[in-house]
Design a protein around this ligand. Structure first.
Ligand code: 3PG
Length: 210
């Protein structure tokens, strides 16, 4: 399998990939179920809390209808740990040659992070055409991606970072954007309160952007 064959469809499953920070393991399965109920059967669980790997494991075991991935993958070791916990895809905020190789070694589809044209070219050079654009708003937003589309048409993006329900549409209208990522669907206060109906509603609104 060539590198670009290893990431089919990651950008084309849902218009918005929910980026989720879980502080309490008990939130993991209900938040995944609420996203599915709202029409978004994909979840990127960030490796930013001590329970993140267990949360991935719980979702992989108990919510088979969702595609569960690990976000904030910073090292080859984390990529392997996430794969072993049941992650079905990986997302990193940036991409060094070692991290790219480590993520590729897991055999999982992944989105390496890029924020400049040279970083985009480096990822393309390594054989990968689908990538994250992070931090999207701080790095030039939709205007940056619109400017890159013509000179670098091979690259396709999932912009993430600072995107909201309101700004998502401008990204999704671009030819080189398959989906956007964002944490606005799973606000911390809703997770703490167990307000799964609110998460479902936010997910349904995001799913309708597609
Ligand atoms: C990420 O990990 O991709 C971002 O932290 C998510 O960005 P947001 O919280 O601004 O949506």
């Amino acid at each position: 399998m060539s590198p670009s064959d290893a990431t089919p469809g990651l950008l084309d499953r849902v218009p918005v990939v929910p980026v989720v920070v879980v502080d309490d393991l008990a939130q993991a399965v209900p938040v995944a179920r609420a996203l599915v109920a709202g029409g978004l059967p994909v979840i990127e669980l960030t490796l930013r809390t001590p329970v993140a790997l267990d949360a991935i494991r719980a979702i992989a075991d108990e919510v088979p209808e969702i595609l569960v991935g690990a976000g904030t993958v910073l090292t080859p070791g984390q990529a392997k740990e996430a794969r072993d916990a049941g992650a079905q895809f990986l997302v990193s905020p940036g991409a060094t040659p070692a991290l790219l190789a480590g993520m590729a070694e897991t055999g999982l589809p992944f989105l390496p992070g890029t924020a400049t044209v040279s970083e985009v070219l480096a990822v393309l050079e390594a054989g990968w055409t689908e990538m994250k654009f992070f931090p999207a708003e701080a790095s030039g937003g939709a205007a940056f991606l619109a400017s890159v589309a013509s000179p670098v048409p091979a690259a396709r993006f999932c912009p993430t970072g600072g995107i909201t329900a309101t700004s998502a549409a401008a990204y999704l209208a671009l030819p080189n954007v398959g989906c956007v990522g964002g944490s606005w669907l799973t606000p911390k206060d809703a997770l703490v309160a167990g307000d799964w109906a609110r998460v479902e509603q936010l997910a349904a609104a995001a799913a309708a952007l597609g």
